[in-house]
Ligand binder design. Structure first.
Ligand SMILES: [Zn+2]
Length: 183
Protein backbone atom coordinates (compact mmCIF):
# COMPACT_ATOMS: atom_id res chain seq x y z
CA UNK A 1 0.00 0.00 0.00
CA UNK A 2 1.22 3.43 -0.94
CA UNK A 3 1.05 6.61 1.14
CA UNK A 4 -0.88 8.32 -1.70
CA UNK A 5 -3.84 5.97 -0.97
CA UNK A 6 -4.36 7.43 2.48
CA UNK A 7 -6.43 10.46 1.42
CA UNK A 8 -9.36 8.23 0.52
CA UNK A 9 -8.90 4.70 1.89
CA UNK A 10 -10.05 4.73 5.49
CA UNK A 11 -9.17 1.09 6.17
CA UNK A 12 -5.48 1.95 6.01
CA UNK A 13 -3.21 4.16 8.13
CA UNK A 14 0.28 5.56 7.82
CA UNK A 15 1.70 2.56 9.70
CA UNK A 16 0.32 0.27 6.95
CA UNK A 17 2.46 1.77 4.19
CA UNK A 18 4.33 -1.11 2.58
CA UNK A 19 1.78 -3.81 3.57
CA UNK A 20 -0.58 -5.25 1.00
CA UNK A 21 -4.02 -3.63 0.96
CA UNK A 22 -5.81 -6.92 1.56
CA UNK A 23 -3.62 -7.62 4.60
CA UNK A 24 -4.21 -4.16 6.04
CA UNK A 25 -7.95 -4.17 5.25
CA UNK A 26 -8.51 -7.66 6.67
CA UNK A 27 -6.73 -6.69 9.88
CA UNK A 28 -8.84 -3.54 10.34
CA UNK A 29 -12.10 -5.38 9.67
CA UNK A 30 -11.24 -8.17 12.13
CA UNK A 31 -10.32 -5.56 14.75
CA UNK A 32 -13.60 -3.73 14.11
CA UNK A 33 -15.66 -6.89 14.53
CA UNK A 34 -13.96 -10.10 15.78
CA UNK A 35 -17.22 -12.01 15.11
CA UNK A 36 -16.87 -11.84 11.33
CA UNK A 37 -14.86 -14.14 9.08
CA UNK A 38 -12.68 -12.37 6.55
CA UNK A 39 -11.13 -14.33 3.70
CA UNK A 40 -8.52 -12.13 2.04
CA UNK A 41 -7.15 -13.03 -1.38
CA UNK A 42 -4.27 -11.08 -2.87
CA UNK A 43 -4.62 -11.43 -6.64
CA UNK A 44 -5.02 -9.35 -9.78
CA UNK A 45 -8.43 -9.85 -11.41
CA UNK A 46 -8.10 -11.15 -14.96
CA UNK A 47 -10.22 -13.05 -17.47
CA UNK A 48 -8.49 -16.27 -16.40
CA UNK A 49 -9.33 -16.10 -12.68
CA UNK A 50 -12.45 -13.89 -12.42
CA UNK A 51 -14.92 -16.78 -12.44
CA UNK A 52 -13.01 -18.56 -9.67
CA UNK A 53 -12.80 -15.39 -7.57
CA UNK A 54 -16.53 -14.74 -8.01
CA UNK A 55 -17.57 -18.37 -7.54
CA UNK A 56 -19.82 -18.90 -4.54
CA UNK A 57 -20.35 -15.19 -3.88
CA UNK A 58 -23.83 -13.86 -3.09
CA UNK A 59 -22.95 -10.34 -4.18
CA UNK A 60 -20.04 -8.55 -5.87
CA UNK A 61 -19.04 -4.98 -5.06
CA UNK A 62 -16.92 -3.34 -7.73
CA UNK A 63 -14.29 -1.24 -5.97
CA UNK A 64 -11.77 -1.45 -8.79
CA UNK A 65 -10.15 1.52 -10.49
CA UNK A 66 -10.25 0.80 -14.22
CA UNK A 67 -12.71 -0.19 -16.92
CA UNK A 68 -10.88 -3.20 -18.39
CA UNK A 69 -11.10 -4.94 -15.00
CA UNK A 70 -14.70 -3.74 -14.51
CA UNK A 71 -15.67 -5.33 -17.83
CA UNK A 72 -14.10 -8.62 -16.74
CA UNK A 73 -15.95 -8.45 -13.42
CA UNK A 74 -19.20 -7.59 -15.24
CA UNK A 75 -18.89 -10.68 -17.44
CA UNK A 76 -17.98 -12.87 -14.47
CA UNK A 77 -21.09 -11.59 -12.66
CA UNK A 78 -23.24 -12.31 -15.72
CA UNK A 79 -21.73 -15.79 -16.06
CA UNK A 80 -22.29 -16.65 -12.40
CA UNK A 81 -25.63 -14.76 -12.27
CA UNK A 82 -24.44 -12.86 -9.21
CA UNK A 83 -25.51 -9.22 -8.73
CA UNK A 84 -22.80 -6.60 -9.16
CA UNK A 85 -22.79 -3.22 -7.44
CA UNK A 86 -20.77 -0.92 -9.64
CA UNK A 87 -19.02 2.22 -8.44
CA UNK A 88 -16.48 4.52 -10.06
CA UNK A 89 -14.84 7.80 -9.08
CA UNK A 90 -12.81 10.53 -10.71
CA UNK A 91 -11.95 13.89 -9.17
CA UNK A 92 -15.15 15.32 -7.71
CA UNK A 93 -17.32 12.94 -9.77
CA UNK A 94 -18.66 9.51 -8.97
CA UNK A 95 -21.27 7.05 -10.15
CA UNK A 96 -22.97 3.88 -8.96
CA UNK A 97 -25.53 1.36 -10.15
CA UNK A 98 -26.71 -2.12 -9.22
CA UNK A 99 -26.63 -4.77 -11.93
CA UNK A 100 -28.78 -7.88 -11.65
CA UNK A 101 -27.85 -10.37 -14.41
CA UNK A 102 -30.74 -11.21 -16.73
CA UNK A 103 -32.86 -8.43 -15.30
CA UNK A 104 -31.12 -5.07 -15.64
CA UNK A 105 -28.71 -3.28 -17.93
CA UNK A 106 -25.20 -4.61 -17.44
CA UNK A 107 -22.06 -2.45 -17.34
CA UNK A 108 -21.46 -2.90 -21.09
CA UNK A 109 -25.08 -1.95 -21.87
CA UNK A 110 -24.42 1.36 -20.08
CA UNK A 111 -20.80 1.84 -21.21
CA UNK A 112 -20.23 -0.13 -24.44
CA UNK A 113 -16.92 1.69 -24.82
CA UNK A 114 -14.59 2.43 -21.91
CA UNK A 115 -13.76 6.07 -21.22
CA UNK A 116 -10.23 6.86 -22.42
CA UNK A 117 -7.54 5.93 -19.89
CA UNK A 118 -5.53 8.98 -18.92
CA UNK A 119 -2.92 7.57 -16.58
CA UNK A 120 -3.17 8.41 -12.90
CA UNK A 121 -6.59 9.91 -12.15
CA UNK A 122 -6.68 12.32 -9.23
CA UNK A 123 -9.46 11.64 -6.77
CA UNK A 124 -10.74 14.04 -4.14
CA UNK A 125 -10.77 12.08 -0.88
CA UNK A 126 -14.47 12.58 -0.23
CA UNK A 127 -15.65 11.16 -3.56
CA UNK A 128 -14.89 7.46 -2.94
CA UNK A 129 -16.31 7.89 0.56
CA UNK A 130 -19.63 9.06 -0.85
CA UNK A 131 -19.78 6.47 -3.64
CA UNK A 132 -18.53 3.71 -1.34
CA UNK A 133 -21.34 4.43 1.10
CA UNK A 134 -23.89 4.43 -1.73
CA UNK A 135 -22.56 0.98 -2.73
CA UNK A 136 -22.70 -0.24 0.89
CA UNK A 137 -26.26 1.07 1.12
CA UNK A 138 -27.14 -0.90 -2.02
CA UNK A 139 -25.55 -4.04 -0.53
CA UNK A 140 -27.55 -3.68 2.71
CA UNK A 141 -30.78 -3.20 0.75
CA UNK A 142 -30.06 -6.18 -1.51
CA UNK A 143 -29.21 -8.51 1.38
CA UNK A 144 -32.19 -7.46 3.48
CA UNK A 145 -34.66 -7.02 0.60
CA UNK A 146 -35.36 -3.46 1.70
CA UNK A 147 -36.03 -0.31 -0.33
CA UNK A 148 -35.48 0.37 -4.01
CA UNK A 149 -32.18 -0.64 -5.55
CA UNK A 150 -30.41 1.35 -8.26
CA UNK A 151 -31.76 -1.05 -10.91
CA UNK A 152 -31.55 0.39 -14.42
CA UNK A 153 -30.57 3.66 -12.76
CA UNK A 154 -27.13 5.23 -12.78
CA UNK A 155 -26.57 7.50 -9.79
CA UNK A 156 -24.22 10.36 -10.63
CA UNK A 157 -22.55 12.48 -7.94
CA UNK A 158 -21.11 15.89 -8.82
CA UNK A 159 -19.15 17.06 -5.81
CA UNK A 160 -18.37 20.46 -7.31
CA UNK A 161 -22.05 21.31 -7.74
CA UNK A 162 -23.07 19.17 -4.73
CA UNK A 163 -25.74 17.42 -6.78
CA UNK A 164 -26.74 13.80 -6.96
CA UNK A 165 -28.93 12.72 -9.88
CA UNK A 166 -30.07 9.39 -11.26
CA UNK A 167 -30.17 8.64 -14.98
CA UNK A 168 -32.39 5.93 -16.43
CA UNK A 169 -30.43 3.27 -18.30
CA UNK A 170 -31.71 0.34 -20.36
CA UNK A 171 -30.63 -3.15 -21.20
CA UNK A 172 -29.38 -3.25 -24.81
CA UNK A 173 -30.41 -6.16 -27.03
CA UNK A 174 -27.18 -5.86 -28.98
CA UNK A 175 -24.94 -5.70 -25.89
CA UNK A 176 -21.85 -7.81 -26.48
CA UNK A 177 -21.86 -8.98 -22.85
CA UNK A 178 -25.53 -9.74 -22.12
CA UNK A 179 -27.38 -9.24 -25.45
CA UNK A 180 -28.81 -11.79 -27.84
CA UNK A 181 -25.57 -12.09 -29.80
CA UNK A 182 -23.15 -11.88 -26.88
CA UNK A 183 -19.61 -12.99 -27.49
ZN1 LIG B 1 -25.34 -5.75 -21.30
Amino acid sequence: MDRTNLNRQVLHADCDVGRTKVESAAGKLRALNPEITVVATCASIGAENAAALVGGADLIIDATDNFPVRYILNRAALGARVPLIHGAVRGFYGQATTIVPGRTACLECIFPVAPPAEGAIPVVGTTPGIIGLVQANEAIKYITGTGDLLLDRLLVWDGRAATMTTLTVERQGDCSACGDNRC
